[in-house]
Design a protein around this ligand. Sequence first.
Ligand code: NAP
Length: 287
Amino acid sequence: MSFPEMTYSLGDRQVARLGYGAMQLAGPHVFGPPADEARALQVLRDAVAAGVNHIDTSDFYGPHVTNQLIKKALHPYADDLVIVTKVGARRDEQANWLPAFSAAELTRAVEDNLRNLGLDVIDVVNLRAMFDTHGPAEGSLEAELDTLIKLKKRGLIRHIGLSNVTAKQVADAQSMTTIACVQNLYNIANRQDEALIHQLAEQGIPYVPFFPLGGFSPLQSEQLNEVAKELNATPMQVALAWLLQHSPNILLIPGTSSPEHLQQNLASGALQLTPDVVARLDAISQN
Ligand SMILES: NC(=O)c1ccc[n+]([C@@H]2O[C@H](COP(=O)([O-])OP(=O)(O)OC[C@H]3O[C@@H](n4cnc5c(N)ncnc54)[C@H](OP(=O)(O)O)[C@@H]3O)[C@@H](O)[C@H]2O)c1
């Protein structure tokens, strides 16, 4: 048995499969500044120092806060760092998440990301579908993609990705433009996207699960706890190792505001799961 490959292509780059999701760096409810800015900056600097070269963000985290922290911690950026952002939502003053799908809103969102990150061009912009905030729902993304394609032609975006989408929306989008990645909710307990992951793998397209550790409801499972104990690891490390072994096109962006958790998450790449252990873990799925 061998360890899974630890890099994969994303757009025109090769990135480490263990990346970092920056959403947890903003304040409570992903709103406002962090309680401890120095700690947030440290997490970002530690991630890059440990070899992370794929950071997921959005200007609607905070809003603006997460991108400004990334710029403060890491600008000027290392040549190999790929920053992926997302557009399609906005926050109101009560911290709600609302659709922001008009051409003007999408354009402003890309410009806000560029300014707050201190970039001239963004590596990847994911269009985050908002027909249903909590999960993929059918609906046409044609007009919104058309706007992003125009921004790409203007040189503001290098690659376009999709988030919170159905397999049909991915296929429809691919008839309009190249799709660099898909970012949907997926983890060891929530596996609705199984078929989509494997379709994308056949095309060499990365699948980037959000909430890989369960997000706002952290994963809880007796099987995870048991395996973690046997392997002298933590349940979260086992959950990440399972994702890494599940399909070669899965890129991880676990979110944390803790330097200690960051190191634990990055160490999950060294955890080897035997087929017998994988079979036990597969039973966790609720789908
Ligand atoms: N496209 C979308 O719609 C969408 C939606 C949500 C998120 N995202 C992206 O996906 C990324 C990942 O999602 P997420 O951050 O929401 O959820 P997640 O990675 O599943 O889990 C984050 C939670 O797990 C905790 N955690 C992290 N590492 C841990 C460890 N080693 N041990 C114990 N607890 C640990 C974090 O708390 P601590 O801070 O205390 O470590 C935090 O509460 C985000 O950062 C964001 O970039 C995208």
